[in-house]
Write a protein that binds this ligand. Structure first.
Ligand code: 3AM
Length: 173
């Protein structure tokens, strides 16, 4: 199975981001269904059941010092090569960056390639854009509050990709 760690959007954040996109976020690409909105922390890739189990136990054994928190998705950006139009925080998110680094490291123990690019927190709004999207009339202001992180399975079906939460781990005390 193909897996990654990420943050879920709570229903309010999901709805707010989807509403903002309907009103302001136009792009010539494939709109990500709101049900699929997530913020990727660490992409792991394909693992078998044994590696999945090893990874989950390694996360269980680790006591994250990252607490619960929130980021405000208040800017948009465009990556031309993958054609990704995204929403993300304009402010640095050091706690999430540290969490992402640690999860990457744990993923490395089951064969995940180390990501060389710096962590760029974002929620993908559109994929496969063929042209840079027009600047929106108003930026999003969506608060993404988190108190856990999630291991997702990414599944490619006849109707496109879908994500299934495999396991959650709480953040903060
Ligand atoms: O939806 P976002 O942009 O957060 O692009 C994929 C998606 O990111 C990314 O992992 C997330 C869940 O699928 N992804 C897919 N293949 C990847 C790879 N080989 C990858 N990231 C890094 N390397």
């Amino acid at each position: 199975m193909r897996i990654f760690f990420g943050l879920e959007l709570d229903p309010d954040a999901r709805r707010a981001l989807s509403d903002w996109r309907d009103r302001h976020g136009f792009a010539d690409g494939r709109a990500v269904p709101a049900v699929n909105f997530h913020l990727t922390l660490a992409f792991i890739g394909a693992v078998d059941n044994r590696k999945l189990d090893t990874l989950c136990r390694a996360v269980d054994d680790w006591d994250p010092d990252t607490g619960f928190g929130e980021v405000v998705l208040d800017q948009v950006g465009y990556w031309p090569k993958p054609g990704i139009y995204w929403a993300g925080p304009s402010q640095p998110a050091p706690a999430l960056a540290a969490l992402a680094r640690k999860l990457q490291h744990l993923g490395g123990q089951v064969g995940a390639r180390l990501e060389k690019k710096p962590f760029a927190p974002h929620v993908t709004l559109y994929r496969s854009c063929t042209a840079p999207p027009p600047a929106p009339a108003a930026p999003p202001t969506v608060t993404l509050a988190y108190d856990h992180f999630t291991l997702f399975e990414s599944h490619m079906g006849r109707l496109g990709v879908s994500y299934r939460a495999v396991e959650h781990w709480p953040l903060g005390r």
